[in-house]
Design a protein around this ligand. Sequence first.
Ligand code: CS2
Length: 489
Amino acid sequence: MTWRLSKATLESLPASIAAPLYDRAKIVPGIVHLGLGAFHRAHQAAYVDECLAAGEAGWGIVGASLRSADTRDALAPQDGLYTLAVRHGQREDLRVIGSIVSTLVAPENPEALLDALADPGIRIVTLTVTEKAYLRDAAGDLDIAHPDIAWDLSNPGKPKTLYGFLAKALLRRTAAGAPLFTVLCCDNLPANGATLRRLLLQFAAKRGDGLEGIASQVAFPSSMVDRIVPATTDEDRARICEQLGVDDAWPVMTEPFCQWVIEDRFTAGRPDWERFGVTMVEDVSPFEDMKLRLLNGSHSAIAYLGLLLGHATVAEAFADKAIRRFVEGLWGEAIPTLPKDAELDPAAYTKKLTDRYDNTALQHRTAQIAIDGSQKLPQRIIASALQRAGENADISHLMLVVAAWIAACEARGTQLDAGLFTDPLDGPLAAIAADKPSAADTVTRVFDAAGFAKGHTRRDRLAKATASHLQAIRGKGVAFALLELAKKK
Ligand code: CS2
């Protein structure tokens, strides 16, 4: 029998594996994290682990999942410990992370999460819950009609959504005279802190219990987070366990690159993050736009084009000359939309991205990135396209990404596996596809359902360009559409 990674087996790990050298028994929780997925464990939890190792013992993380129990089930028997595998080429560096001091599963026990959030020792609440958990409607406002929001509004003591949890915790803290925590959104949304604040205030306005006044005093610094984190496979698990000499039920895979840029507005203190490479700024939006439009935008392009051309991973898709050339064209359209900021160097950034995408050790699946396109494309692609359309500039690469998304959604069940990726809009998308509309009608209906460019005067231009690409893809295939685009350049 193999032992499990845990406090008890930590000392038996081979010397080549970095492990927490600090006394974990002395760590006090200071952060509650919502959304305990692999991304958090490769990013924020790794930064906090360094702070703890440097002696800042007040920043232990209470990690909560808002949906499934999987992470808790893996980590609780391991005393919150897990391995972070940093992979590049033939190299793999292993480090055991010790910053997660306890794990909670909100649907099993909402009260336990509320207690953690109301603990006066908690000074920061961080979030990586993914785009769709913000429950926005097609106009980008809080989706009041969503059943979970409706539930939270009528059952404030037993919340399901992040809004219900934050609301109840803020009310409890105020009633107990505890200081308000800072809410640090780490999701890939534009102006993520300001967006979350606006949505929470919309939620508060519906409650009428004094929450609005309290929530308006909370600090919501925006932040840009970046690290590529492919889903762990069974092969990864087996390889890591072999190297550890003990079992780790859920090691996390990642790349050497890691970046975190945060607005420095914390009302109840924060770790000394800049000592560990975090950039503290006044306004994160230029960094955020660059990352969303250049990295995430090209990621979505690689995902949908890659799937349609039969490439399973980013590195494989990016080795396809047609895709690489397309991505360069896409960057050519997105870069001019970025603010002119002395600290941004898009040319160096895209050069670095090229190296990151070429990292064959990552095995980052195109199907993983393809998930939830309807939630991702507005900030990754549509925002740049609207800006360029306003200047009458070319948007052909940008809109081909949207056409490829629609085509990849349509290909599920025929060319692609039916369940290869999912989208919150799958219901409406299937209903549209069932009518077999023309490319132009499909695009209009999909734009309506997803709220793409809603209410914008340039919407028609975006839709038209998308429809002509979709028609080409449907008629002659994506390789042909890419070739046609390349010929025009
Ligand atoms: C990816 C991101 O899955 C996706 O949509 O584009 O998760 C991406 O890997 C990260 O944002 C990188 O920081």
